[in-house]
Design a protein around this ligand. Structure first.
Ligand code: AP5
Ligand code: MG
Ligand code: ZN
Length: 215
């Protein structure tokens, strides 16, 4: 099962990825998570990516494409994968298609999570992430049982640096200009699966799995 999660910032890609990878037993590959890990570890890639991420801009295609191509060669991707936040430009989508072709593979599903722009800022700004295990919460929609602490590991909850109102708005604009055209791109290829991302976290997860199973 080879799939892509598409949707604007805060739509619920990372949240739904948890359900999908459990259901289909494939690795979750989030370019945003990989960049954040590199920033934390102070790698060269992290230093380069940080400049762009802090402003809500896309990291240049060359850096991102190479990173994903390498990741897809790893053993755990043999039977499939779930990409989250990649591709984000037509260039990245074409590069992905070429890379998969050379491995005799193709994308089976592109899950497009639809959420109105008005709801996205609140979702992103209220998000909190465990600094130790990266579990995601939301202050109002999915709060931890103990304020500021992770339910799974007790770690401290933090806010992402790019989850401020201004940066989220920039990210939404970047999405509309550079990523939204991928909806058409994948519709034409017959692999797009639309889901209503405004329902509860559990309902959206159920819809995604059902639609994938029935496609
Ligand atoms: P990335 O980390 O991918 O961020 P994003 O696309 O902006 O998406 P988010 O992670 O913000 O949102 P999400 O859809 O995962 O939502 P979540 O499930 O957490 O990328 C960050 C940056 O990295 C980019 O800006 C760019 O600079 C760089 N980058 C990454 N990939 C790149 C690429 N391919 N090319 C170039 N640059 C790249 O949910 C959000 C919140 O809402 C949570 O608090 C959650 O609990 C809550 N929530 C989720 N679902 C629901 C629901 N149904 N109801 C109520 N609340 C919900
Ligand atoms: Mg995410
Ligand atoms: Zn934790």
């Amino acid at each position: 099962m080879r799939a892509i999660l598409l949707g604007p910032p805060g739509a619920g890609k990372g949240t739904q990825a948890e359900t999908i990878v459990k259901e289909f037993s494939v690795p979750h590959i989030s370019t945003g998570d990989i960049f954040r890990k590199n920033i934390k570890e102070g790698t060269d890639l992290g230093k380069k990516a940080k400049e762009y991420m802090d402003q809500g801009k896309l990291v240049p295609d060359e850096l991102t494409v190479e990173l994903v191509k390498d990741r897809l060669q790893e053993d755990d991707c043999k039977n499939g994968f779930l990409l989250d936040g990649f591709p984000r430009t037509i260039y990245q989508a074409d590069a992905l298609e070429d890379a998969l072709k050379s491995m005799d593979q193709k994308i089976d599903y592109v899950i497009n999570i639809n959420v109105r722009k008005e709801l996205l800022v609140e979702r992103a700004v209220g998000r909190r992430i465990c600094k130790d295990c990266s579990q995601t919460y939301h202050m109002s929609f999915n709060p931890p049982s103990k304020e500021g602490r992770c339910d799974s590991c007790g770690g401290q909850l933090q806010q992402r640096k790019d989850d401020t109102v201004d940066t989220v708005n920039n990210r939404i604009n970047v999405y509309l200009e550079q990523t939204e055209p991928l909806i058409d791109y994948y519709t034409k290829k017959g692999v797009l699966v639309n889901v209503d991302g405004e329902k509860s976290i559990a309902e959206v997860g159920k819809d995604i799995v059902e639609k994938m199973r029935n496609k």
